[in-house]
Each structure stands twice: as C-alpha cells, then as structure tokens.
Design a binder for this molecule. Structure first.
Ligand SMILES: NC(=O)c1ccc[n+]([C@@H]2O[C@H](COP(=O)([O-])OP(=O)(O)OC[C@H]3O[C@@H](n4cnc5c(N)ncnc54)[C@H](OP(=O)(O)O)[C@@H]3O)[C@@H](O)[C@H]2O)c1
Length: 198
C-alpha cells in the first residue's frame, strides 16, 4: 500500500521508480507498474537498490532489516534511505527504534525516518486535510540527507515538517503508533493527522 502510494506520487512528479519486492515478478508490483506508465519498473529488492539513488523502506517493520540485507548493504551505501516503516505491534518499551536499528545495520546509508505517523493517502497528498496545515516529523543523523528529504516532502505538499533531531528521535514517532491506532478506531477513518500549534 505505502510503496504503491509513494511510487505513484514519485512517477507523477516525473521520477523514474523501481518497486522492489521479494520476487522479481511480484504480481502486485507488475500490476502497479503497468498502470503507472513508462517510468515505473519492477525488480527484486537488490535490483531496486542497484537502480535507485534514494530509497523508501515500505516493508513490514519486523522484516525491514532482512529486506534491506537482501537489497544489499553495498548497493545502499552512501545513499539516502527514507524509512516509513513501523513495527506492529510496537517493540517493548526501551527497545531500539527501527530507524536506529537500520542506521546501525547500514552505517554507510543515510537513514531518514519520516511519514510513519500517518496513512499512506495523506503521506503523498497532505492537502486532502485542512489545506495541508498539519504536521509531519523527521529524524536522521545526516543534515544533507534531511535537507534533500525535506525538499522531496515539500514537493509532496508538506508545509510543516519538524526536524526532531538525530535518528534516536525516531523512537518518538514510532511510539506514536498505539495512539494513532486508537484514534483510528474511535474515528472510523484513517484520514486524520495531528497539528502542532505554536
Ligand atoms: N499502510 C499505511 O498507511 C502505513 C502508514 C504508516 C506506516 N506504514 C508502515 O509502512 C510499511 C508498509 O505498510 P503497507 O501497509 O504498505 O504493507 P504491505 O502492503 O503489506 O507491504 C508490505 C511490504 O513488506 C514486504 N515484506 C513483508 N514481509 C516481508 C519479509 N518477511 N521479508 C521481506 N519483505 C517483506 C512486502 O514485500 P513483497 O512485495 O515481496 O510482498 C511488501 O513490500 C509497514 O512497516 C507499515 O507499518 C504503513
């Protein structure tokens, strides 16, 4: 779901995109590429890592380290990895966040955690709610990578992106998931977000 939403948005913004999957010819990925047009490609996680200059991790949080190992540490080295994943159910309190685990496992990759606090429709179309006047968070160790990701998020329509700090702060947004889930249950819709009012 998330991979398709982000990949479709990137194609609409004229990027060339490869959707990585465990199988080279994943039926879901192939169907997505068919309707997304000539700039949409499919392959294994390793193919996508060789193809891309910037990556989105949209895999199940509990499988993300394995999926990225399959992508290949060397292929990801020196590049930006935007980590959108959550671990469901969240790891017990005190465990290292997924964002930090990924940064530790792939030290030469610039991990930026963002977009994990809201539904995928809103990730790529914040204007759907309140004219886009709501808040997104970002965490990461590399200032240049965060600048690049902020520009990309702005091209998605984001106006209020709060940089929380280094990758350790990914723990804060990952810990938000139980609250997100209970608000979702109460409202009966995933189309909501929080806004930080100064
Ligand atoms: N859905 C949302 O709106 C939303 C919002 C915020 C954050 N997130 C987070 O974003 C991530 C993706 O969510 P989704 O809803 O898009 O899930 P999804 O549609 O089920 O996609 C899951 C992805 O994980 C891969 N995967 C699953 N098990 C794997 C394994 N054992 N090894 C390697 N790869 C594996 C799948 O690969 P294949 O293509 O090979 O099957 C697929 O690419 C999750 O971490 C979720 O918590 C989702």
């Amino acid at each position: 779901m998330v991979g398709e939403a982000i990949a479709s948005k990137l194609v609409a913004l004229h990027y060339e995109v490869m959707m990585g999957s465990r199988e080279a010819k994943s039926p879901k990925a192939v169907a997505w590429a068919k309707q997304a047009g000539a700039n949409a490609h499919t392959g294994t996680f390793a193919d996508a890592a060789a193809f891309g200059e910037l990556f989105f991790n949209c895999t199940h949080g509990a499988a993300s380290v394995d999926a990225l190992r399959a992508a290949g540490e060397k292929r990801l080295a020196g590049k930006i990895l935007v980590d959108v994943a959550n671990i469901i159910p969240p790891d017990k309190a005190g465990a290292m966040s997924l964002g930090e685990q990924l940064q530790k496992a792939f030290p030469e990759t610039k991990v930026v955690k963002t977009l994990n606090t809201l539904n995928c429709e809103l990730m790529v179309d914040p204007g759907k709610l309140a004219g886009g006047a709501h808040t997104l968070f970002m965490s990461g160790d590399d200032p240049g990578a965060k600048k690049r990701v902020r520009e990309l998020l702005e091209s998605f329509g984001w106006k209020d992106v709060i940089d929380l700090g280094d990758i350790k702060t990914a723990a804060m947004t990952e810990a938000y998931l139980p609250l997100w889930l209970s608000v979702w249950q109460k409202l009966g819709t995933a189309t909501f977000n929080i806004k930080v009012v100064r």
